[in-house]
Ligand binder design. Structure first.
Ligand SMILES: Cc1ncc(COP(=O)(O)O)c(C=O)c1O
Length: 420
């Protein structure tokens, strides 16, 4: 099934006489036929039991996203941050380490470098352009995974997923990819060797700035029985001795995440949120085409402007990541453009404040055009060194092109430039 069709039909199959759209099962609880039936669920929760970790509406959306990414299963979370956190915690305990590329979203840098460190988990950051030898130097006996972002927010570097997958697999560890900006419409990391995919669904997937959310998708291909992951091959005493790899086969990772982490933490969305997310997903392919076609025109306009030092948009032929974009993002490189205004921070602020149509928001990848100055906003917790490692300079503005008529977007930019 092609993506456009899948987004409309996968996940929920209405029966004759049933609702034509995905029903909202807004309930914390489910009724079971006997005490024994409930008891059995505590041994093996294979049905909706309690909405802290499973719900029929959320489940339908999870199935749609899993199919869209080409995975075997998915688990929604209450935020993209929760998805990144749980994807790592499903493999790492205190005393473990993992590797992440440095060009990832600032909130994820903070989560990995500061918060996880407090829990005894070390993240070693590597340059996405690092050579094989440099990458190998970051591997330790306790390294459990490699993490990267397809299209980095806001540096807009394109990750060489196949290079990182082969590096991870050479070390018998999985590759986790944050595919938020690309969405599975523009890139399917599992097809390029990634093992797990995470998203902030708050961005293009929801698309309408309605609710924060996230998702983890299991590619189902990684061999958890390779000797490095005893938590998959040894009994889980909190579930009466279940061995995940034996009981759940190629869905071991995602079921373990739900049965252990979601059960204990409960960062699970409500049915109504999943319903709204599904509405966004239904039109995602159509919207992504329009974001990309609008953004390339805006990027070309910026490129010609004498107010701009540099435009970063991998869709532009002279962008350093254009070749990787052609390989991994052949349909387009999203609606997000990074611009470096001449005059640094002061000029950036003046330009942003002069925009009338584009809104100043702590958001990106929205249906409407919006702008943000990362150095003073999302990334202000980072040191200068960390900012540079993430590819951010003080004059950088993240310009997220929306679905408006592109002529109106350009007219707005033009009037803001005139008033600088
Ligand atoms: C690439 C990326 N990953 C993860 C996140 C975190 O997502 P959320 O804001 O839904 O927690 C963001 C948020 O901007 C993001 O851009």
């Amino acid at each position: 099934m092609k993506d456009e069709t899948l987004c409309l039909h996968a996940g929920y199959a209405p029966e004759d006489g049933g609702p034509g759209v995905m029903p909202i099962v807004q309930s914390t609880t489910y009724r079971f036929k006997s005490t024994e039936h409930i008891g059995d669920l505590f041994n093996l929760p294979n049905e909706y039991m309690y909405s802290r970790f499973a719900n029929p509406t959320v489940d339908a959306v999870e199935k749609k996203i899993a199919e869209f990414e080409g995975g075997v299963g998915a688990m929604c979370t209450t935020s993209g941050q929760a998805a990144s956190l749980l994807s790592v915690l499903n493999l790492c305990s205190a005393g473990d380490s993992f590797i992440s590329t440095s060009t990832i979203y600032g909130g994820t840098v903070n989560l990995f470098a500061v918060t996880l460190k407090r829990f005894g988990i070390e993240c070693i950051f590597v340059d996405p352009e690092a050579s094989e030898e440099e990458l190998q130097a970051a591997v330790k006996p306790n390294t459990r995974l490699v993490f990267g972002e397809t299209l980095a927010n806001p540096a807009l570097t394109v990750l060489d997923i196949e290079k990182f997958a082969s590096f991870a697999h050479k070390n018998d560890i999985p590759l986790i990819i944050d595919n938020t900006f690309a969405t599975p419409y523009l890139c399917k990391p599992i097809e390029h060797g990634a093992d797990i995919v995470v998203h902030s669904t708050s961005k293009y997937m929801d698309g309408h700035a309605l609710q924060i959310g996230g998702v983890i998708v299991d590619g189902g291909k990684f061999d958890w029985t390779n000797g490095k992951f005893p938590e998959f091959t040894e009994p889980d005493e909190s579930y009466h001795g279940i061995v995940y790899s034996e009981t759940f086969g190629n869905m071991a990772y995602i079921i373990k995440a739900r049965m252990q982490l979601m059960r204990d933490i409960g960062a699970y969305p409500a049915a109504h949120s999943a319903f709204l997310l599904n509405l966004g997903l239904e039109t995602l392919p159509i919207r992504m085409d329009r974001y990309c076609s609008n953004a390339i025109k805006v990027a070309e306009y910026f490129k010609k402007s004498d107010k701009i030092d540099k435009v970063t948009y991998p869709g532009l032929p002279d962008d350093p990541y254009h070749e990787l974009a052609k390989k991994y993002l052949p349909k387009g490189t999203s609606g997000v453009i990074a611009i470096h205004i001449k005059g640094g921070k002061a000029a950036a602020v003046k330009f942003m404040d002069g925009l009338k149509l584009a809104s100043k928001e702590v958001h990106v990848a929205d249906i409407r055009t919006c702008v943000l100055h990362p150095a003073t906003a999302t990334h202000r917790q980072l040191t200068d060194e960390q900012l540079i490692a993430c590819g951010i300079d003080p004059g950088l503005i993240r310009f997220s092109v929306g679905l408006e008529n592109v002529e109106d977007i350009i007219e707005d930019i033009e009037q803001a430039f005139k008033n600088m």
